[in-house]
Design a protein around this ligand. Sequence first.
Ligand code: ZN
Length: 246
Amino acid sequence: MNYLLLSDLHSNWEALQAVLRDSQGEYDRILSCGDLVGYGPEPNRTLNWARENVDIVVRGNHDRACCGLEDLEWFNPLARAATQWTIEKLTHQNLDYLRDLPRGPVLVEDFLLVHGSPLDEDEYIASMADASNVFPYLEAGVTFFGHTHMQGGFMWMNGEQYPVSGPSAREAIDERFLDPDYAWLINPGSVGQPRDGDPRAAYSLYDSEKRVLQLRRVAYDTEAVGASMVEAGLPPALGARLNFGR
Ligand code: ZN
């Protein structure tokens, strides 16, 4: 089975469209590591599409916050403002959809989908040290996670740990075989708000039969999305950061 893996879309419809054009015809099912909404200007359009097209989504912290399942006091002021803006805009159908999203981990074939980590949906796996706290709980196999907005991840081989990086700024695709003897923690990347210094939308394709993973990037018009966020009344800083991938 060929999967399109999307994480941290954050209501960025333009970025999602770029990803769907770039990956057209290359997958059978769509999976998401959560945070469909929050930050971006098109929450209803994004959720209407997700309800129709995404096979499995594990909920993210912004998905919980935007449907009232999470206290906003943990959010920074910009995230809180965008969350309140989103709550006011969402249709009842989309609020219900967010409330019903499952908490990770969700097992798909022989791999896991989580938002934060397999141990805690809100935990960040951002560093080698974070990953080393998680690997002892995983035997082998593949876990796809989101939350950090940083594409790539970590692999665990015979007690040693190594980073996995996505394509460089001059490349669009990094392809690798996920050896079943090792454990893999892979972030497919953030579609709608990358924070790894590359402003291009990030996503992945995974062929579960051949165990081949592609980490991919595709450019879109970040300035146009930033302008539409200002027009929508969202904090301008949230649009500006899209241009830098930070
Ligand atoms: Zn997120």
